[in-house]
Design a protein around this ligand. Structure first.
Ligand code: F0G
Length: 461
């Protein structure tokens, strides 16, 4: 074999069962889009060929996880599967106390209610939709402290999830450490394009927050993907297994919210994990109000068992190399066709730069929303908006105008093939070819919370 041929990212699994997909015609897709108000969230999944709406809850479980489902102990209290999950979280992530929740936002709700008081400031490395909303509903205000590079889709900096420590110091000076209950740190920053934070930056952040007695709460939804980038790109980590890097990341933080629907390879589930007994005690109490008893938190016993197994599978080097390898493969295909995407390629999807793709459409006419609709019309590939619609409105009612206006092509884990990736890239390329004829949208219905899920649009003439 020639020396310069790289080892493939080929999958460390094979297929045992398949799910048949429906193919649609352009006329059927046109009708489906009209019925959905040009919002890909409102399409019926049956009308979708390749579903890149999200990587959340859409992964394929392994035969072992399915076998685990049969071991569900559905007792109301003290299920065996809870104890398996608790042991796994302690062993793999190192957090001391676990409260299961039905998914990530369940954990965000409980955590925000416990730690945030009215008037508090919560600095974070870019907002996430549900996370920020829970902070605001608890009376807090989110402040973005991610490095400026993260807002520039062309900047190639390898750790665009990093915190700008100067921005944080300024906030501490302005408001005082007492007004900052915690710093909210996501690994693999979703809204920036799945961009990782470096260990070095996290260590510096730990030192600074320690000095001021401020907690770090870790949104660990995609921690394994972040750890993989550290292994690939950060000096000193080349030969460390992802598993060790994951544990080191967690050890630099005080607690975490987890949507297990991503990294942890389950269709439903999440948790809150903390090291602080007082916070745990309060969380264990509150979960009873919002989710369910503290040994199931809104989940069936079988879900907790699948999650415990999925967590172990998620930190295997072979798994994560194939997972991110597939995403990078798609990104490279798109770049070959000249489609403008966010650089560097992130962990969970390709984020197409709609401002560059459709420069003639102003942000108030929703270029990324338009792009997602056009790609669906072209091929039945469903993507989603991550721009002005997702950003929503400030508490004072004004629209946020995020710098990043992106259409996200999110790749579910262990679901699609390399040939599917080719179909996706070809579709993006075809839409790119006719980009000049594409017109924007106007919003005709706007729900109050997280509007991107349910808003409706009409085509501009
Ligand atoms: N944090 C991050 C970084 C997320 O990406 C998500 C969900 C959540 C928290 C909330 O978790 O959905 O289980 O309640 N992201 C999905 C997405 C919805 O499509 O990016 P959840």
């Amino acid at each position: 074999m020639p020396k310069n041929i790289k080892h493939s990212w080929a999958e460390p699994y094979k297929m045992k069962m398949v799910e048949l997909l429906k193919m649609t015609t352009p006329a059927q897709r046109k009708r489906a889009l009209q019925e959905a108000g040009y919002n890909t969230f409102l399409l019926r999944s049956e009308d979708v060929y390749i579903d890149l709406l999200t990587d959340s809850g859409t992964s394929a479980m392994s035969d072992r996880q399915w076998a685990g489902m049969m071991l569900g102990d559905e007792a109301y209290a003290g299920s065996r599967n809870f104890y398996n999950l608790e042991k796994t979280v302690k062993e793999v992530y190192g957090y001391k106390y676990l409260v299961p929740t039905h998914q990530g936002r369940g954990a965000e709700n409980i955590l925000s209610k416990i730690l945030i008081k009215k008037g508090d400031i919560i600095p974070g490395n870019m907002y996430f939709t549900t996370t920020r909303l829970h902070q605001e509903l608890s009376g807090g205000k989110f402040e973005d402290i991610i490095i400026d590079e993260a807002h520039d889709p062309d900047n190639e900096f390898p750790f665009k999830g990093n915190v700008d420590l100067n921005k944080l110091e300024k906030l501490i000076k302005k408001y005082g450490a007492k007004k900052i209950p915690y710093v909210s740190i996501a690994t693999s920053v979703n809204m920036a394009g799945g961009q990782p934070i470096s260990m070095k930056n996290l260590k510096e952040l730990r030192a600074l927050t320690k000095k001021h007695g401020i907690r770090i709460i870790h949104d660990m939804t995609r921690v394994a993907e972040n750890a993989y980038f550290i292994q690939q790109k950060e000096k000193g980590y080349e030969s460390k297994p992802v598993k060790e890097i994951v544990k080191e990341i967690c050890s630099l933080t005080d607690g975490a919210t987890m949507s297990a629907k991503k990294d942890a390879l389950v269709n439903i589930g999440g948790f809150l994990a903390v090291n602080d007994w007082d916070v745990f005690e309060e969380a264990r109490n509150l979960v009873v109000v919002y989710e369910g008893l503290h040994t199931y938190g809104g989940l069936a016993g079988r879900d907790m068992e699948a999650m415990a197994i999925g967590i172990h599978e998620s930190i295997s080097d072979d798994h994560i190399r194939a997972r991110v390898g597939q995403v990078i493969y798609l990104g490279n295909q798109m770049m070959n066709y000249g489609v403008p995407i966010v650089h560097p390629i992130g962990g969970h999807g390709i984020f197409v730069d709609a401002k560059k793709f459709l420069p003639h459409i102003p942000q108030d006419h929703f270029p990324a929303q338009t792009l997602a609709a056009e790609v669906y019309q072209d091929s039945g590939v469903r993507t989603m908006e991550r721009g002005i619609v997702s950003a929503g409105r400030k508490p004072n009612g004004e629209n946020y105008h995020p710098k990043l206006e992106l259409a996200r092509f999110t790749i579910p884990r262990r679901v699609y093939t390399q040939a599917h990736m080719d179909v996706i890239a070809e579709s993006a390329a075809r839409v790119y070819e006719r980009r000049k004829q594409i017109k924007g949208l106007k919003m005709v219905y706007e729900p109050r919370y997280l509007r991107f899920f349910q808003a409706r649009f009409e085509k501009l003439k």
